[in-house]
Design a protein around this ligand. Structure first.
Ligand code: HEM
Length: 427
């Protein structure tokens, strides 16, 4: 097959590492340009230099993104899932930085914690939190939706999984937020705070694991600490201490920010499409397709990275080995080849083969079902109990809608920071 050099993203006048590009969310008009070619080359720019010493490839078409994500032999996760390489001692050491069969062992082990009984228990806890979160809106007619609603459910669900006592949660939640915000200069969080917060979380996980090892409780973490997997050769394996510590960090990052953004961007989108909101209120049974459309539309993860394992070719384009390749999920989720009228927000869209949770490869989101459930439970509770929801264009202190913009430093970090809304609680 004839090969060509990948087109360069600079031809589009696009620097994907420029934080300002994301100041108002994902720049879909610009990202759409990336679907014109199967593969782009992103050269070294000052923004890239902050993250790594070389340029990288970019794919944004639905079919190409799926191909890359499903081929771990050609596109390895070993060097990390974001543009910055993980430290050599961590490569191959966590679920997100390894390939099958090492990664399959992690996945099977961590899944042992989610027994049907635990999942049913989590479901009940989730509904309880959604109820209490809406209860807390009583006595007012305006709130900052991200802090008062959207971020609480995902954080409490992760905390429930890990079994963090309720009074210890605020400090942990602050650390999760500090870790994710440290890369956006406008938040004023010192980048060193990222390291400090990460260290505190690792220490917390370590202490918690020892406690559960000595005295198991009725939570997922106790199951994980004691989980044993029998391998094909009959030997057994379990999560070691470092793996458990890192799993806590991955859960807290992968599970909180993403779902928070799906809920916050979901509400903003419904408010901007009042016909869709009215339809969902009239026909609550549409909630499942609405959740999928909210997740396609919000597509809360900007990209994931793999590394080209050895010189190869993709759709006729030669790729050099050892170079990162990034899959832009939000761009693939607006691919006109797959989604008719992709810029239309349609809560009845069926089929809805989005790749917001990944392209179906070995790293497909482990929390996809949980996340969908959280979005569903939160919106079901909100719509049943809250009326007259509207964007608050005159919020206290004048602080309106704003986004956090760590750019490409944190793939899950671009999200709604503030969403002031007005409402009336029913009854
Ligand atoms: C709307 C919410 C969420 C979105 C959009 C999302 C998206 C993603 C994406 C795009 C990937 C990478 C797929 C790939 O590399 O091929 C991923 C992986 C992952 N997600 Fe999620 N996620 C969400 C919620 C969650 C939740 C709630 C959890 C856990 C409780 C979670 C845990 C994970 C884990 C552990 C991985 C890594 C899996 C692996 O490497 O094998 N995610 N997620």
């Amino acid at each position: 097959m004839a090969t060509t050099t990948p087109a360069s993203a600079t031809e589009l006048g696009l620097d994907l590492t420029d934080r300002e590009l994301y100041r108002h969310g994902f720049p879909h008009e610009q990202l759409a340009l990336l679907r014109d070619e199967p593969v782009w080359w992103h050269p070294l720019t000052p923004g890239v230099e902050e993250l790594r010493p070389t340029g990288f490839y970019v794919v944004a078409r639905h079919d190409v993104v799926r191909e890359v994500s499903r081929d771990p032999q050609r596109f390895t996760a070993f060097h990390g899932s974001s543009l910055t390489d993980v430290a050599p001692e961590r490569q191959g050491q966590a679920i997100v930085n390894s390939d099958p069969p090492v990664q399959s062992r992690f996945r099977r082990l961590v899944s042992l914690g989610f027994t049907p009984r635990m999942v049913a228990q989590l479901d009940e806890m989730m509904e309880g939190w959604a109820r209490r979160i809406v209860d807390s809106l009583a006595g007012r007619d305006r709130c900052e939706f991200v802090a008062d609603v959207a971020e609480l459910l995902p954080l409490h669900v992760i905390a429930d999984i890990v079994g963090i006592p309720v009074d210890e949660r605020p400090a942990i939640f602050d650390d999760v937020k500090a870790m994710l915000r440290a890369f956006d200069p406008e938040t004023g969080v010192d980048p060193a705070e990222h390291q400090n917060a990460q260290m505190r979380m690792l220490v917390y996980a370590h202490t918690l694991s020892s406690a559960r090892r000595d005295a198991p409780e009725d939570d997922v973490w106790s199951k994980l600490v004691h989980a044993q997997l029998t391998l094909d050769d009959g030997s057994t394996t379990e999560l070691n201490e470092i793996e458990l510590d890192l799993w806590f960090l991955i859960l807290a990052i992968a599970g909180s920010e993403t779902t928070r953004n799906a809920i916050a961007i979901g509400l903003k989108t419904l408010l901007e499409h009042p016909d869709q909101l009215a339809r969902l209120r009239e026909r609550p049974e549409l909630i499942d397709t609405a959740v999928d459309e909210i997740i396609r539309w919000s597509s809360p993860v900007l990209y994931h990275r793999r590394t080209v394992a050895a010189d190869t070719e993709l759709r006729g384009v030669p790729l050099s080995g050892d170079v990162p390749i990034t899959m832009f999920w939000p761009a693939a989720n607006r691919d006109e080849r797959v989604f008719p009228d992709p810029g239309r927000f349609d809560i009845t869209r069926t089929p809805n083969d989005h790749v917001a949770f990944g392209g179906g490869g070995p790293h497909y989101c482990l929390g996809a079902n949980l996340a969908k459930r959280e979005v569903k439970v939160m919106f079901a509770e909100l719509l049943a109990r809250v009326d007259e929801l509207a964007l608050d264009d005159d919020p206290p202190g004048g602080a309106g809608v704003s986004w956090s913009v760590p750019g490409m430093a944190v793939p899950v970090g671009i999200g709604l920071d503030r969403l002031p809304v007005r409402y009336r609680l029913k009854g």
